[in-house]
Design a protein around this ligand. Structure first.
Ligand code: FAD
Length: 282
């Protein structure tokens, strides 16, 4: 199953480590992952505020390594002034690419705490109005529907609105069913969306973690995959081996169909992403 000629652009996602040991481990993982020559690396952002400084520091570290880096940037709970200040900070740090999101309110906060921006499309429009074409703007996309949307069609229209507000490209929520992605892309094209919609790829390394995360974000884990993962119990080696096979097959289908890129949710680990790419000659 190797396709050495494939040239699908790759991007990598990290989260900001909380401890010095985590910082050192991530730096080591990045050194290995740079063998994939990523187009950029993105760094997640805690909508609740806990990791916002960590995001910018990790972005600075990546930029200093000569790799393009994009902070995730959410507007939930923010004011126009606070977003304006953050954009200035990003600009001064040399950031040229952002992943613009609404984010989620931490539990316990009511809708009144939403701030001055209601949707990511408001944030995208604001960034464009304030900074013109200074930043390349990535947005989120949901092939299996965002969990708070009323219907898939409403969610798709909201996605098209976000793109019209000025997004340059999109990264999807993780999925394990390529049909959901292909249909979403077809339907987005039918609505006039012509930006790249890059699949977000989550390597499977842990059964309970992936099942919990999928349930929270509205991603379906096909029944046969879920049952096998559960059947392995505490057998971590079998889970990792099966997870690698499943996600490699998914990425193989996607690259064979000519997707515009692959965005790996690395979870700050080099091994699984490197192994999937090695198997496929990416
Ligand atoms: P939006 O695009 O604003 O959509 C949110 C909801 O509002 C959807 O249900 C949509 O259908 C609806 N909607 C949007 N516009 C309209 C409208 N005009 N009218 C009616 N309904 C509308 N979260 C973090 O906290 N930190 C991160 O770093 C982070 N990184 C992410 C990276 C990716 C690639 C993805 C896909 C998600 C990420 N998230 C992150 C999660 C994200 O913050 C949540 O999914 C959040 O609930 C929605 O953010 P959004 O930008 O997609 O919102």
């Amino acid at each position: 199953m190797t396709h050495p000629s494939r040239k699908t652009p790759i991007s990598l996602e990290f989260f900001p480590p909380k401890t010095p040991d985590g910082v050192a481990k991530l730096a080591a993982a990045r050194r290995e992952l740079y063998a994939l020559k990523p187009e950029f690396c993105s760094v997640t952002y805690g909508a609740g505020g806990s990791t916002q400084e960590g995001t910018l520091q990790t972005v600075r570290d990546i930029l200093a390594e000569g790799v393009d880096a994009a902070p995730h940037f959410s507007c939930v709970g923010a004011s126009r002034d606070s977003i304006r200040a953050k954009l200035r900070e990003f600009d001064a740090a040399g950031v040229r690419r952002l992943v613009a999101l609404r984010g989620d309110l931490p539990s316990g906060f009511g809708a009144g705490a939403l701030g001055e921006f209601r949707y990511a499309s408001d944030l995208v429009a604001f960034i464009r109005a304030e900074t013109g074409r200074r930043f390349h703007i990535e947005v989120g996309a949901y092939p299996e529907m965002h969990p708070q949307a009323r219907t898939p069609s409403d969610d798709l229209k909201a996605f098209a609105t976000k793109v019209r507000a000025g997004a340059d490209s999109a990264i999807t929520q993780m999925f394990f069913n390529s049909d959901a992605y292909f249909r979403f892309v077809d339907e987005a094209h039918a609505l006039g969306v012509d930006i790249p919609i890059v699949p977000g790829i989550m390597p499977i390394t842990n059964a309970s973690g992936i099942i919990r995360f999928a349930d929270n974000c509205g991603t379906e884990i096909p029944r046969w995959i879920r049952l096998r993962l559960q059947g392995f119990g505490d057998d971590v080696e079998s889970i990792r081996a099966f997870g690698l096979d499943v996600v490699t097959d998914l990425v193989d289908q996607l690259t064979t169909a000519g997707v515009p890129g692959l965005h790996f949710y690395t979870m700050n680990q080099a091994g699984p992403t490197l192994e999937i790419c090695r198997r496929l000659g990416l």
